[in-house]
Design a protein around this ligand. Structure first.
Ligand code: BGC
Length: 571
């Protein structure tokens, strides 16, 4: 698309920053005018907390299972017979119990978007919560059948997967643009809080020798979806979904409520116009699903999202969250539950400075430094575990065990500040709105596939190569830093439209930080192009069948004044 070259602008540092700051100010009029109290009104906080419960459920289920595997009653009821006749979990059994959740989640994540296109976001969220509850019932009613636990986890996983796509989607479609970034972070914070809470509850019940030790944490799992279901009755349908269904008045009322303005306020008008504009650009041609590969620079972006999510799992964080209790038991700790709490506490606590770091230093530096930091931590962890720890009688090398825990904590801190939250945010930012739901579902599915592979194969791999497994994660962390360096454009402080434009124009990721959008011209974005079928070509407005004098005309005039979304959508 050579004619787009003039938009490429300057990609080297230039003193044009002050000029740019003025343009930036114009693009974000509301942010400039509103105080913190106005931005985070009770309605917004209620929505953030309520919808982030989806993240909490995700984290709670992730954190729970690690402790169960070490509980005597869980072992006694669900073990299989090993060669020496002692009750133990074979690799395949523990891998299946841990991993089936991720298979359910994968399926849930893939079907959640199309289901919600049909039935709406709000009721889909209620639906997936109910599915999660069914999974909990199946698990809790198990007497001694291990496969019932597995089936229950699979069903609960469907719910978790559906929620992992839908709740961020609902947030980014409903929240005012100026809090979208914060809401994404809130979601990740709730995942880490969920893991931490599950670990604390496990710690509280593990001494109990009866089935209560694991039934109680599973049963407590009812509380979160119940809160969410009740809360959703007080929430409106997503305005974007409503508008597509022709419920224009209800969409306008929801936007007005979420901004806290009257329904005819200019900001509400602008948001509605933006929704309409995007819908117009998509109409007039058949747009098949494979446009997520054939649309403007879409193959690059779709693959990038999937690879980043794969690498997020391959950092190895869930090696600690799923098997932490067993790992630290093997290091010789008397109460490995405490270590699991420490790890998940570090994960939760360091997510807060992470929110600051990403805004201060940007996505690229944070991810590259985070990747290299995690690489270093895993190199030390793996080397100590393999060469220095006495694996048969770890009690003989207690200092080594403690140093390994320190490095595990340093690793987790690095993950929680960088790759944990930023990958989810990035994947919400790099796609144009028309493909976002599908691309995010695919990228999320990639996350869950690798989540499953790691959870299932970890017992086998550690059985075969012990702590040298850490070298594999170290290599992946290094690769992750390299992938970000070469392929990810800096999206810090950019609008979603600018980010889209950078990818469409093929701006060099390494210099992307300095890219200046052209002044006074409408940006060429995927969403304002009338694409032909398959997204391979561009049509003129008339050919696309859009009537000449609709509101779109008007919106072009105000585009530099506000038809922009702040980055951070995690839809
Ligand atoms: C990851 C999860 C992980 C969690 C830990 C998330 O970003 O996707 O797999 O368990 O972070 O905090």
């Amino acid at each position: 698309m050579g004619f787009l070259d003039r938009f490429k602008g300057d990609q080297t540092p230039s003193p044009a920053h002050s000029r740019n700051a003025d343009v930036e100010k114009e693009k974000k009029p509301i942010v400039a005018k509103m105080g913190i109290g106005q931005r985070f009104r009770p309605h917004i906080i209620f929505m953030a907390v309520l919808v982030s419960m989806g993240g909490f459920i995700f984290g709670y289920d992730t954190g729970q299972i690690s402790g169960f595997l070490e509980m005597p009653d869980f072992l006694e009821k669900f073990h299989d017979t090993t060669k020496d006749g002692k009750p133990a979990f074979s690799n395949s059994r523990s891998g299946t119990i841990v991993g089936l959740l991720s298979i359910g989640t994968l399926i849930g994540a893939l079907i959640a978007a199309p289901v919600s296109d049909k039935f709406g976001r709000k009721w889909s969220i209620v639906f997936w919560n109910m599915i999660f509850c069914i999974g909990v019932i199946v698990q809790i009613s198990t007497v001694n059948k291990w496969y019932q636990i597995v089936i229950g986890r699979w069903v609960a996983g469907l719910g978790v997967g559906g929620l992992s796509v839908l709740t961020p989607m609902y947030q980014s479609e409903t929240a005012p643009r100026y809090v979208r970034g914060a809401l994404v972070s809130c979601y990740q914070l709730f995942i880490t809080l969920g893991i931490f809470t599950a670990n604390c509850i496990n710690f509280g019940t593990e001494k109990d020798q009866s089935a209560r030790a694991w039934r109680l944490p599973i049963g407590i799992g009812f509380i979160w979806p119940t809160i969410m279901i009740i809360g959703m009755f007080f929430m409106q349908e997503s305005p974007r979904w409503d508008y597509r269904q022709g419920n224009h008045e209800s969409a306008r009322a929801t936007v007005a409520r979420s901004y806290g303005f009257p329904i005819d306020h200019p900001d509400v008008n602008r948001e509605i116009r933006e929704i309409k504009e995007k819908l117009d650009a998509e109409s007039g041609a058949d747009h098949p699903w494979y446009e997520i590969f054939t649309g403007p620079r879409m193959l690059y972006r779709t693959l990038l999202g999937c690879v980043l999510q794969m690498l997020q799992q391959l950092t190895g964080a869930n090696f600690f969250f799923y098997y932490g209790t067993s790992i630290f038991a093997s290091i010789g700790l008397s109460n490995s539950y405490v270590t699991a709490i420490i790890l998940s506490g570090v994960n939760f606590g360091t997510t807060f400075p992470g929110l600051y770091i990403v805004e201060k230093y940007g996505r690229r530096p944070s991810l590259i430094v985070g990747g290299l930091w995690m690489f270093m931590c895993f190199m030390v962890f793996a080397s100590l575990g393999h060469f220095a720890l006495n694996q048969n009688t770890p009690e003989d090398t207690p200092d080594i065990g403690y140093v390994m825990i320190v490095f595990a904590c340093l690793f987790i801190a690095g993950f929680a500040m960088t790759w944990g939250p930023i990958i989810w945010a990035l994947v919400g930012e790099i796609y144009p709105s028309r493909y976002r739901a599908k691309c995010m579902a695919l990228a999320t599915a990639s996350n869950w596939i690798w989540n499953f592979l790691i959870s299932f194969f970890t017992p086998y791999i550690t059985g075969a190569i012990d702590f040298r497994y850490g070298y594999i994660f170290a290599a992946c962390c290094f690769t992750g830093a390299a992938v970000v360096y070469f392929f990810v454009c800096e999206s810090q402080s950019r609008t979603l439209e600018e980010i889209d434009t950078m990818y469409v124009l093929g701006v060099n990721p390494i210099k992307s930080k300095y890219w200046q959008p052209p002044e006074g011209e409408e940006l060429p974005t995927t969403d304002n192009l009338y694409l032909t079928k398959g997204g391979r070509g561009i049509k003129k407005r008339k050919e696309a069948g859009v009537p000449p004098s609709d509101e779109r005309q008007e919106s072009v005039g105000v585009s530099t004044g506000g038809v922009f979304e702040a980055s951070g959508a995690r839809q």
